[in-house]
Design a protein around this ligand. Structure first.
Ligand code: NAP
Length: 267
């Protein structure tokens, strides 16, 4: 009988370098922590230096090999610099998690072309730029790699009033994932996506806070009532799925999107 690789070996990321965009808070921070726990050297690429540098200090105090590179993912030159910096610091990039994203709410009547473009720039163009330059580095090295795009269930259904730019951007992320998987498979680079439902993060709760709009709070309650598992998600629910996809547990999975929504879409 063929000997099976042990589970601990399959899930281990020892010797790998993982880059997490927007990795200093929310879902991104949970991902940073889990990938580090699995043994990866982690690099947080974030626009906000203060928050990220504090997190790096905390991670280093736990003997985690962690780095920060300031990067606005909408700016091509900054993305190229990010990749060069990581190659210099860590020597290689094995895993990219395209997590950074924004979700401002504006109705169609209020939304200008620039508002729409801003969301597309971060959520879709940013994921493309980071994926494109990281994949180039992975191809040059010739050792494969893994790209994980944090999409949303909004890639699969229109969510609510004011989210048309966001929904369009995440629909784009899903198709970008599939196209990149198709093109990069021959280099042994796997590209997958995760579609979170409602996850408790500062960004999401701020959007629906009491100081925000009453109808948004009502909407959140209605949303909650439709979640089969009866609770909002934790950032770690997404981080665990990222760990699975980043590891050899998912060695034969590419071009897929895993929905992590507590059963919202089936209700
Ligand atoms: P969050 O708490 O708002 O964190 C997003 C992070 O991305 C922040 O650190 C932010 O930096 C960073 N960022 C924003 N624009 C950037 C840019 N141009 N360049 C580099 N970094 C940038 O968000 P979250 O709730 O954790 O969401 C993370 C991802 O999951 C997003 O892609 C989101 O669309 C997706 N998602 C979230 C939910 C949810 O319910 N939370 C559901 C479905 C999908 P600043 O702090 O400086 O803004």
């Amino acid at each position: 009988m063929q000997e099976l690789t042990s589970l601990s070996k399959l899930i281990s990321l020892e010797g790998k370098t993982a880059v997490i965009t927007g990795g200093a808070r929310g879902i991104g921070l949970a991902i940073t922590r889990r990938l580090a726990e699995a043994g990866a050297t982690v690099v947080i690429a974030d626009i906000d230096a203060t928050e990220a540098e504090n997190i790096i200090v905390q991670l280093k105090s736990q003997e985690i090999d962690a780095h920060y590179v300031k990067c606005d993912i909408t700016v091509e030159a900054e993305v190229r610099h990010m990749v060069d910096y990581i190659l210099e610091e860590a020597g290689n990039i094995d895993i990219l998690v395209n997590n950074a994203g924004i979700y401002p709410r504006k109705s169609l009547e209020e939304m200008t072309g620039q508002d729409f473009q801003n969301v597309i720039s971060v959520n879709l163009t940013g994921a493309f730029l980071c994926g494109r330059y990281t994949a180039e580095a992975m191809i040059l090295r010739g050792n494969g790699g893994c790209i994980i795009n944090i999409a949303s269930i909004e890639a699969l259904h229109p969510s609510s009033t004011g989210m048309s730019a966001y929904d369009a951007s995440k629909g784009g992320v899903l198709m970008l994932t599939k196209s990149m998987a198709r093109e990069l498979g021959k280099h042994d680079i796997r590209v997958n996506a995760i579609a979170p439902g409602a996850i408790k993060t500062r960004g999401m709760l701020f959007q629906t806070s009491p100081s925000g709009n009453r109808s948004q709070l009502k909407e959140l309650k209605l949303f909650l009532s439709r979640i089969a598992l009866g609770r909002l998600g934790d950032a770690d629910d997404i981080a665990r799925t990222v760990l699975f996809l980043a590891s050899d547990m998912a060695e034969y999975i590419t071009g897929e999107m895993i929905v992590v929504d507590g059963g919202y879409l089936v209700s």
